[in-house]
Design a protein around this ligand. Structure first.
Ligand SMILES: [Zn+2]
Length: 356
């Protein structure tokens, strides 16, 4: 018997016990959708390993996922050198539904929510996380391991009330995955259902550039929380680092409130976030947004570029579901898209200056 078979058998026997726990929750949909349960680090092994096992199993059991990963094997990638930074464009036809999705309030309200457990595809299963969330395999992957982390309840996409879960998940998935968040008005394909996603760590150019000290302009240090922005990077990128969870939570909460106050808005400020944890340190890469889609998205067919920037795209991997756009993409287009949808760095500097 090969090692992976032994591991699967071990995982399966463990799951039978875990499923009994899930049944006690009393939600038959959740129970039906649960492949494994994860409650706390150390209690059920590594979460990242469990996710990798889920992914391999789902490729066997769920043909739609297997097709998605087969299609990913043939996506094309091109690096483009821009002014001050490099980006990559990925031609990925499987993403057309998400990239071109109609996200106005009426359409979202009237469609069947694809993240609610009762609407998930019959064969899709996930890891029940701390009894409130499901970790699922994304059937239209951008990465060779692409996860969706979704609330089991239909609650709106919102960062403020889910900050601690973001930090916990990043820590539980370390060191293999980075967790990312798309605001409800700038990239979330389900703005009405709370979710994060996860990608392999350092799969995005900005994650690598964020640790390049020559690029950093320090702006904030207080109570074990440090903040800086990246210089000459084509879009505004704020990096927040801390080893102290309570202080970090307090800081981000203050940042979000001050940001909203500066913009004089009730809704959440527009942003995409990447969050990772390594060697006792949380790193958040915050990319503030002024708008969701660039004007080229709405042009007439001949001049249109189907691009819909979210965390992955702002992180330096621009997804293009149409071959024509992929072929024509150049440095000027990428630079223009970034400068159009980002907030100016002065805004972040001003907000940080107002924080204690
Ligand atoms: Zn839902």
């Amino acid at each position: 018997m090969c090692l992976s078979t032994i591991f699967f058998n071990y995982a399966k026997s463990k799951l039978n016990i875990l499923k009994q726990t899930v049944n006690s929750i009393g939600n038959s949909f959740i129970s039906k959708k649960t492949y494994a349960v994860f409650n706390k680090a150390g209690s059920s092994g590594s979460l990242a390993e469990l996710c990798n096992t889920l992914l391999e199993q789902q490729k066997k059991d769920w043909p739609q996922l297997d097709e998605g990963y087969n299609a990913l094997a043939s996506v094309r990638l091109r690096n483009i050198c821009c002014d001050g930074f490099s980006a990559a464009v990925q031609f990925n036809p499987g993403r057309i539904k998400s990239t071109a999705a109609d996200l106005d309030r009426k359409t979202v309200r009237e469609r069947k929510c694809f993240l609610c457990p009762e609407n998930l595809p019959e064969l899709q299963k996930g890891i029940l996380y701390r009894n409130e969330y499901l970790l699922l395999c994304n059937p239209a992957p951008i990465f060779d391991r692409h996860l969706t982390f979704s609330s089991i309840s239909h609650v709106p996409q919102r960062l403020e009330s889910n900050l601690e879960i973001l930090l916990n998940l990043a820590k539980d998935l370390n060191p293999e995955y980075t967790v990312f968040y798309n605001g409800p008005r700038c990239g979330a394909s389900a703005p009405d259902h709370f979710h994060f996603q996860a990608s392999p760590r350092c799969a995005l150019p900005v994650e690598r550039d964020a640790v390049d000290m020559k690029r950093r302009k320090p702006l904030y240090y207080n109570k074990h929380v440090a903040g800086c922005i990246l210089l000459n990077y084509g879009r505004t990128v704020l990096i927040i680092e801390s080893t102290d969870k309570p202080r970090l939570l307090e800081f981000i909460s203050d940042l979000l409130k001050t940001w909203k106050r500066n913009q004089n808005i009730e809704d959440e400020s527009m942003m995409n976030i990447l969050c990772s944890y390594q060697e006792d340190l949380w790193r958040l890469i915050v990319m503030p947004r002024s708008k969701h889609r660039p004007y080229v998205f709405s042009l007439e067919e001949e001049k249109r570029v189907v691009v819909s920037p979210a965390a992955v795209d702002m992180g330096g991997l621009i997804i293009m579901p149409r071959e024509k756009d992929f072929i024509l993409a150049d440095a000027k287009l990428i630079e223009n898209i970034y400068s159009e949808v980002t907030e100016p760095p002065e805004m972040i500097e001003r907000i940080l200056g107002q924080l204690k």
